[in-house]
Design a protein around this ligand. Structure first.
Ligand code: MIG
Length: 770
């Protein structure tokens, strides 16, 4: 189709606001539909039947490379031209493009309107600011945007994306450290997603203005560039979004264990002492951390020669106890001649600079610093190679901090150049580009081993390279609840491996809060205890004997669940489904899910419902979605679709297994690197609907799984035949479990509750006789 419109368009001026105006010319070029208005140009492309991209720029602006998107558009769908509109059918969606003026509306196959421009305004510019005004549906809910404070349902709130070192943030602060300009709209039993791929400072208003007809989003600069997702469920929208922006790799198994951190363990002796105490006290743990004080004067890629005189010896000793070491890196490179990274960076011009070529300088921990220009591939490669100073002695994980980027109290001047850009255009992607450099570099250095990368700042797509944590929270009950919401919301943006500082980073928790937060720990995808300098140490034995016992039991619960957790991460790897799932994923259209009393609840994997509770109460209301639920600790059965009052003593966080749940567990081990007893426990909770779970296992630390070196089998429960079916194992990997112990819950008093079967690769049918 190549047709010029005859109707004259005009550029609308309304005061200082430029509206997009009428479509004057429409043509299909390769896989794009190009629409011109007087002052702007729109390009429509199709990425899949349920993914449509709209890009509107001021005329002739060159397209930007995306930091997030890893896919190319498909062929353009058939267009149908009417007098005032063009429609484009993808098979699953219909995009209606009104021409006078230019407006976009998205419909599903049944002709239901999913989302549309506000018919009055559509896309507009005010100077360089670009905003799209959208129709707000009565009762429309919004979820997403990742690391944002506030309610699960973001209706009535507005947000800014501008990656910030939010050191003293509260449960209201915005912005925090990360940018994910992706949200999901919910109305009339329908769902849609919208990803605004623009790294400039951006704004989202979910009906927060008094005008109740519009929601809007936009940015300080760049183009209107969004992907509309029209799938009929949140889960499928997440699958589509992570198809577009990538999915996580399998994490190293050890990183799923308990992680002990502190700002800072000040010497090798202290690191080893804490590790030894964990073993002596039989508190399972896999990871020790070194925060900034391991370095020589905070110079990245160095070790303090006095306090960490022999890093290899320390790491070997840790390894002999079953521990891995993670060390922190910041972007700021100290200005000091004779310091390798400084000399190389200056020589090669690897640092961000002013337009006159002078390197930008700011103060951080090392004093005056320069900042690597991670937007350049040669800089990323150099940064990646530099990790040899850490990988040579045996560091296994790399913690990227301060990469908003942070500098003491300073706004980075806007004219500082990063790659082909200036700061305001790409600040939000600095953490992503640093993490990418860290990941690619350490992956190369570690050969076939999986690096563990952790980052504070991020942009969409970060899941391809790194785990994240939510930064400097505080030791309060409000932060415990906020942390659950942040994790759940980050799960709606393609991330799964997410942590919060257990116990709270700033301030001192009461013993009760420390215990409560640790009881949530098993159900936080990354389980890390961390705390700030000057605050009380947080190691599990510092809270009294009885509390230590409870914390140990909670950490043991984490280790028991690792087979389940690992298999759930496989799901994140293959479909983008997060490990911690807000109830809004499975129960999108049920009102109580968004009730502030229940909005912190989540499903951990497909079948465990977790209700976070503050430390100051001993019982709590829990919303159980439809179905039947079993309290994990007592086996008590509850009908769903109701609110129950659940006992919540500090020693027993309310956690419920869904009827039909199939949960693989193992016996407690002190580290994932220790051989267990070879028994896989398979817990099944009776239900009246057929259920299944995809079991997955691999060597836990190499990339061989990408070449079928895994052990995967579909586990099913069929209530009609009362059978448990362990499907035939796929892949080359031999399971670490010799036998499977079936443990049946809720199957009635007369049935035996356990069976043992040999874990070979053949299909196994177990019929449960009454
Ligand atoms: O200016 O490295 O969020 O986890 O312990 C503070 C010291 C710098 C901030 C991180 C925190 C870390 C701390 N860092």
């Amino acid at each position: 189709m190549k047709k010029a419109s005859t109707k004259a368009g005009f550029f609308c001026f309304t005061g200082m606001t430029e509206l997009t105006g009428n479509a004057t010319h429409i043509a299909a070029e390769e896989n794009k539909l190009i629409i011109e208005t007087y002052g702007a140009k729109a390009e429509i492309s199709i990425y899949g039947p349920e993914i449509i991209r709209i890009r509107i720029s001021k005329r002739n602006a060159a397209p930007r490379e995306s930091f997030a998107v890893i896919r190319e558009p498909a062929a353009l769908s058939p267009c149908h031209e009417e007098a005032d509109a063009i429609t484009l059918e993808t098979g699953a969606l219909t995009l209606r493009i009104d021409r006078f003026p230019l407006r976009f509306s998205f419909f599903n196959k049944n002709g239901q309107l999913l989302g549309a421009d506000d018919p009055r305004f559509g896309t507009t510019w005010q100077g360089d600011r670009v905003i799209t005004y959208r129709k707000l549906f009565p009762g429309e809910k919004f979820i997403g945007l990742g690391e944002k404070t506030g309610n699960l349902n973001r209706r009535g709130s507005n947000y800014v994306n501008w990656n910030t070192d939010a050191a003293l943030h509260t449960p209201e602060t915005d912005p925090l450290y990360k940018t994910f300009p992706f949200f999901i709209g919910i109305h009339d039993g329908l769902t849609y997603g919208l990803f605004f791929d623009n790294p400039h400072k951006s704004y989202f208003d979910f009906g927060a203005t008094t005008d109740d007809q519009m929601s809007w989003f936009g940015a300080d600069g760049g183009e209107m560039n969004y992907y509309f997702f029209g799938s009929a469920s949140v889960a499928k929208i997440l699958e589509d979004y992570t198809w577009l922006t990538g999915r996580m790799e399998m994490p190293p198994l050890w990183s799923l264990g308990y992680q002990q951190c502190r700002w800072s363990y000040m010497s090798a002796a202290e690191v080893l002492d804490v590790a030894r105490k964990l073993r002596e006290r039989q508190i399972p743990a896999d990871v020790m951390y070194c925060d900034i004080d391991y370095m020589d004067n905070y110079k990245i890629f160095t070790w303090n020669k006095d306090t960490f005189a022999d890093p290899k010896a320390m790491i070997d000793e840790l390894a002999s106890m079953g521990f891995k070491l993670v060390t922190i890196v910041d972007p700021g490179i100290k200005i000091e001649e004779g310091y390798l990274q400084y000399d190389e960076g200056i020589r090669e011009k690897f640092f961000a600079a002013y337009p006159n070529g002078e390197e930008y300088v700011a103060s951080v921990w090392p004093g005056r610093c320069h900042f690597p220009d991670f937007y350049r591939e040669d800089v990323r490669e150099w940064w990646g190679r530099s990790f040899a100073a850490l990988t040579d002695p045996g560091v296994a994980g790399f913690w990227n901090d301060m990469n908003e980027p942070a500098a003491w109290g300073q706004n980075i001047p806007w004219l500082v150049q990063f790659g082909k850009f200036t700061l305001p255009e790409v600040r939000n992607a600095y953490g992503l580009e640093m993490s990418k450099a860290t990941y690619l570099g350490t992956r190369k250095l570690l050969g076939n081993k999986r690096p563990f990368v952790l980052t504070r700042a991020a942009y969409s797509g970060i899941q391809r390279y790194s785990a994240v944590w939510t930064g400097d929270n505080a030791a309060t009950d409000e932060h415990l609840l906020l942390g659950a919401r942040l994790v759940n919301s980050l799960g709606l943006t393609g991330l799964s491996f997410i942590g919060v500082d257990i116990g709270g980073f700033m301030g001192d928790p009461t013993p009760g809060l420390m215990v409560r937060w640790n009881s949530l720990g098993p159900y936080i995808p990354m389980f890390r205890n961390h705390s700030a300098i000057m605050s009380k140490n947080r190691e599990p034995w510092l809270w009294g004997e009885e509390n230590e016992r409870i914390i140990r039991k909670d950490i043991e619960q984490r280790y028991r669940l690792i087979p389940y957790i690992y298999a759930c991460f496989y799901q994140s790897h293959t479909t983008g489904m997060p490990l911690a799932r807000t109830l809004a994923i499975d129960h999108t259209h049920l009102e109580p899910v968004y009730d502030p009393r229940f909005q912190n609840q989540f499903l951990f994997g497909p079948s465990l419902l977790v209700a976070p509770v503050v430390s100051t109460v001993e019982e709590t209301e829990v919303y159980l979605p439809p179905g039947t639920w079993y309290r994990l600790s007592t086996g008590e059965r509850f009908a769903g679709d109701q609110v129950i009052m659940a006992a919540a003593p500090l020693a027993d966080l309310p956690v419920f297994a869904k009827a039909g749940a199939i949960i693989p567990m193992q016996r407690v081990i002190q580290s994932t690197s220790f051989a267990g007893d070879g028994v896989l426990e398979l817990h099944v909770w009776h239900g009246h609907e057929p259920s299944e779970f995809l079991y997955y296992e691999d060597d836990g630390d190499s990339y061989n799984y990408l070449d079928s070196d895994y052990y995967r089998r579909l586990l099913k429960f069929d209530p009609e035949s009362n059978r448990i079916i362990l499907g035939q194992a796929k892949g080359r990997f031999a399971s670490r479990y010799r036998e499977i112990l079936l443990l049946l819950h809720g199957f009635g008093t007369h049935t035996p509750t356990t069976f043992t079967v040999k874990n070979d690769r053949q299909q196994i049918l177990v019929t449960i006789t009454k």
